[in-house]
Design a protein around this ligand. Sequence first.
Ligand SMILES: Cc1cc2nc3c(=O)[nH]c(=O)nc-3n(C[C@H](O)[C@H](O)[C@H](O)COP(=O)(O)OP(=O)(O)OC[C@H]3O[C@@H](n4cnc5c(N)ncnc54)[C@H](O)[C@@H]3O)c2cc1C
Length: 329
Amino acid sequence: MASSGGIMACLLGGRVGDPPGTILELLGLGAGLAASSGRQLQVAVAGGVTEEEAMRLGDHGAEVVYLAETNAADVDDAASLAAALKAAAEEARPAVILLGHTPLGQDVGVRLGFSLSAATVTDAVKVEMRDGRPLITKPVYGGNALATFAPRGEAVVITVRAGAGTAPEAMAGREPELIRVSAENPAAHVRLVDRVREEGEEVRLEEARFVVSGGRGMGGPEGFEALRQLARLLKGAVGASRPPVDAGWFPSTAQVGITGRIVSPEVYMAVAISGSSQHLSGMGDSRVIVAVNKDPEAYIFKVSDFGVVGEWQQVVPAFTARLRELMEG
Ligand SMILES: Cc1cc2nc3c(=O)[nH]c(=O)nc-3n(C[C@H](O)[C@H](O)[C@H](O)COP(=O)(O)OP(=O)(O)OC[C@H]3O[C@@H](n4cnc5c(N)ncnc54)[C@H](O)[C@@H]3O)c2cc1C
């Protein structure tokens, strides 16, 4: 694919009408890269998005929007979304293609990179342009080191971790140029059988400004109810380290860490979690980290801004009750 050199931010699946923070961060990151390298900011949207919704991205800085249509019944079907974005990329011929590092973004991103024969880098925490080429920084060795990559080739596909970009100010009334592209559905290798909504997913983990996660020390599924109450009060989300997920106490979709979700909320509260490197690589970029642990030597305290040494059974309900009092009165 011969490159036109633009920066393309890709937005997936039916949620751009009221863009959540992660989408806006991607737009902000793309706008910064475009401005610093004198390139055009292109936005590709795919998956159940109407023209009216796509046009509203102009309020958030999009100058050109490629509305990539698929006739897939399932707006979360990664193969169809990748095919739609490929059609947009072939039309726009960008040098850099950005997607969010969400489970769907990863699935689509690697398919898109493969189909475009483009270099693909996942889980970027920093992207910058130097001498006209993207430099991409990502955690390696379980989050114990950072590596910077300078991929060769006409185009590079990058999945970007939440928090790597800054959401641009909304400016109402700007109309982007809209270009429609369409793609045939690829042969279906996966069939959607059912769609199940996870309990407690009112606020998505990656978008929550407050996340409270429980670890092995919660002792069982009941403990997570106390965390849910706290999360509800602060309009946040509940996560977990891997042991509670392996034990079936909490859904695997809520696992935070190197093999789970990557979050970077304003406040991350780690309850009964020891602070393994695999867990830290999923939440280490949180702005403020609060730990509750009965072991004063727990490693989590070394990476926390605030810590409470104590049994969660005493600390968490008391904290929630006091917070409720303060908020209500
Ligand atoms: C390839 C690989 C990938 C992995 N990916 C992930 C991942 O994505 N995410 C992840 O989290 N882990 C992951 N792990 C597992 C990881 O290595 C750790 O085993 C795990 O993070 C530990 O979870 P924990 O802190 O909940 O449990 P533990 O390390 O057992 O810590 C439990 C903590 O609870 C405290 N505690 C106990 N009771 C109480 C109480 N009543 N009140 C307060 N504190 C209490 C204890 O003091 C202790 O610090 C991975 C491991 C491997 C090998």
